[in-house]
Ligand binder design. Structure first.
Ligand SMILES: Cc1ncc(C[n+]2csc(CCOP(=O)(O)OP(=O)(O)O)c2C)c(N)n1
Ligand SMILES: [Mg+2]
Length: 579
């Protein structure tokens, strides 16, 4: 039969269960767009900028029902999308990036958008493909999908030249996708060894990342049997419910919340699942696991990378953790957890009180805002942060309950994630509440996607933490430099912006506005209108994360560098720093 490659790719996308594509059409992909329009199962979503498209596709994937797909133009679309592709790559999120390609049937040089796209995308993706023949179109999309979703998931790039989309070519058939189960087998000897190590420890601890999000119940079983505290990474904040009495919080070193720092103080064996021990989750590598480490991760490259493991299991947490839970429960009987539970509950309460009591005049207390928001949110709501001080405030002060979800741009650490990612999440899960916590600097990067939210009648709520600064960096400048450089941002009239983009506007100027502000935001969101909540936030108290990371990094300098840094800061403090 004769088909255009645009038709073939549409068939393949439908067959792998694509629900949305994100992007902007151009002359190199309008044939594909025309096919997408005809699809009954795929909604092509127009964005304002391809970075937004990639962040939306990322969050569709994180939401879990289908893989996020980009349909973008070559070169210019690719370079715009790279921010979101990079985030998906370093955060282990599957994504298919389908761009048009220049015509391969022309002899002329200097075609529009003519750069080496394969080379551009190689370092940010698991694999790159170019479809050169019609008969390769469907198998290539299936290969790309398989590559994106097996092992540690990640983005995969497919280039589809414009002439193949336009012209018909001969194909034998249009097969459906047949999934293959490529999960690695788990060695039962490793599981027994891991169970022995954890069971014989005096103070075992558990650390879970994004890769453990499907096995919270089994992690709870292991934790309860061993009497072990459970800490999470930033990306894995929702991998273990904050409502569980053994949950301690993000991280476990000096950059962690007190409940976690104390519970892990004398930790002599650790089970780590679905984490790479990367920079953020270890507080700049200040959190060091004990020698008796059992590390389970789907990506073998993460094992023994930063910390040597006594037992390293390269496998899917969904296979390894239930087996380990079984093995652990066959050894001994559960001990008395009561002292640990009391300590965790007490540490959490004291830390919360410390924040609630921190009052800085008339600005909004982050803790009070999160308390009120938590009360209003369903347990399974999706919470999305951006990158900045607001991220760590969220991580430390906003409990994520059972069944909930939390998305953040973690290891690529790309500002601009929250607004578009909230849109992707709401499209994927229209029945769930979707709330973004976004810094004012990050909002300036991709806030115009609020137009996309309004156009699609999506009731997402963005709490903009309006402090007038790029605070996470301004805080890092404050002590060592005694002055700030390029961290004070220009002001935006959010009310006018909301009006201009079709969003509802809710100001929260002080603690007194919190309750009514949240109620009014949810009222608009329930009516399918996106909402911009302008929160005059108080940033005068630093997170444990920020203080801990500063301490860790300062401790790492050699004496000469320490003297130079401290000397410069003192000099500027005494004699003044030029502004
Ligand atoms: C694309 C990008 N540019 C720069 C940075 C460096 N950076 C990390 S956090 C941050 C400050 C973010 O400011 P804002 O969005 O206002 O959030 P706040 O820290 O004030 O909560 C900056 C500039 C980054 N992570 N990503
Ligand atoms: Mg800010």
């Amino acid at each position: 039969m004769k088909q255009t490659a645009a038709r073939l790719v549409r068939h393949a996308l439908e067959s792998i269960g694509t629900r949305f594509t994100f992007g902007i059409p151009g002359v190199h992909n309008i044939e594909l767009y025309d096919e997408l329009k005809a699809s009954e199962t795929i909604l092509p979503v127009l964005v304002t900028h391809e970075a937004g498209a990639a962040f939306m596709a990322d969050s569709v994937s994180r939401a879990g029902d289908s893989v996020g797909v980009l349909a973008i133009v070559p070169a210019a679309g690719i370079t715009h999308a790279m921010s979101g592709v990079g985030e998906a790559y370093l955060d282990g999120v599957p994504m298919l990036i389908i761009s048009g390609g220049i015509r391969t049937d022309m002899v002329q040089k200097f075609q529009l958008h003519d750069v080496d796209q394969q080379a551009l995308m190689k370092p940010l993706t698991k694999a790159t493909y170019r479809i050169d023949r019609h008969e390769d179109a469907i198998p290539t999309i299936y290969d790309a999908y398989r590559a994106a979703t097996t092992g540690e998931p990640g983005p995969v790039f497919v280039e589809l030249p414009a002439n193949l989309q336009l012209l018909t070519g001969e194909v034998d058939d249009m097969p459906a996708y047949s999934p293959v189960d490529e999960r690695p087998a788990i060695d039962s000897g490793d599981i027994s060894k891991a169970a022995e190590i954890l069971s014989s420890a005096k103070r075992p601890g558990i650390f879970v990342g994004w890769g453990a999000r499907h096995v919270a119940d089994d992690i709870a079983r292991i934790a309860e049997h061993l009497g072990a505290p459970v800490a999470t990474t930033l990306q894995g904040l929702a991998s273990f419910p904050a409502s569980h009495p053994q949950h301690t919080g993000m991280g476990f070193g000096q950059a962690a919340v007190p409940a976690a720092e104390n519970a892990f103080k004398d930790c002599d064996a650790m089970l780590a699942v679905g984490t790479r021990f990367a920079e953020i989750c270890t507080g700049s590598y200040g959190a060091v696991p004990p020698e008796d480490l059992v590390h389970i991760d789907i990506n073998p490259e993460t094992l023994n990378a930063n910390y040597r493991a006594k037992v390293a299991i390269a496998g899917d947490a969904r296979d390894a953790v239930p087996a380990l839970a079984e093995a652990v429960r066959n050894i001994g009987t559960p001990g008395d957890n009561s002292a640990l539970l009391l300590q965790i509950a007490n540490d959490k309460a004291v830390y919360r009180k410390e924040w609630r009591n921190h009052d800085n005049g008339d600005r909004v207390s982050p803790c009070r805002l999160f308390d009120a928001l938590r009360e209003r949110l369903d347990d399974d709501a999706i919470l999305i942060s951006d990158d900045g001080n607001h991220t760590f405030l969220t991580a430390e002060l906003m409990p994520i309950h059972a069944g909930g979800a939390f998305f953040s741009p973690t290891d690529f650490n790309c500002m601009g994630y929250c607004v578009p990612a909230s849109i992707g999440a709401k499209l994927a899960k229209p029945d769930k509440q979707v709330v973004g916590i976004v810094g004012d600097g990050a909002f300036l990067m991709t806030g115009l996607e609020s137009v996309t939210a309004a156009a699609n009648k999506l009731g997402v709520i963005w709490f903009i933490f309006n402090d007038g600064e790029l605070a996470q960096i301004a805080q890092a400048q404050e002590i060592p430099y005694q002055r700030s450089t390029c961290t004070t941002i220009g002001s935006l009239n959010y009310e006018a912006f909301a009006k201009a983009t079709g969003c509802a506007y809710v100001p929260i100027q002080s603690n007194e506005d919190i309750s009514d502000g949240i109620a009014s935001a949810f009222e608009s969101a329930d009516g399918n209108q996106p909402v911009i909540v302008d929160v005059r936030i108080d940033y005068s108290k630093k997170t444990r994360f920020t203080s801990g990371v500063v301490k860790t990094n300062l401790g790492r300098f050699d004496t000469k560098t320490k003297i130079r840094m401290v000397g410069r800061a003192l000099y500027r403090k005494v004699f003044g720093a030029k502004d």
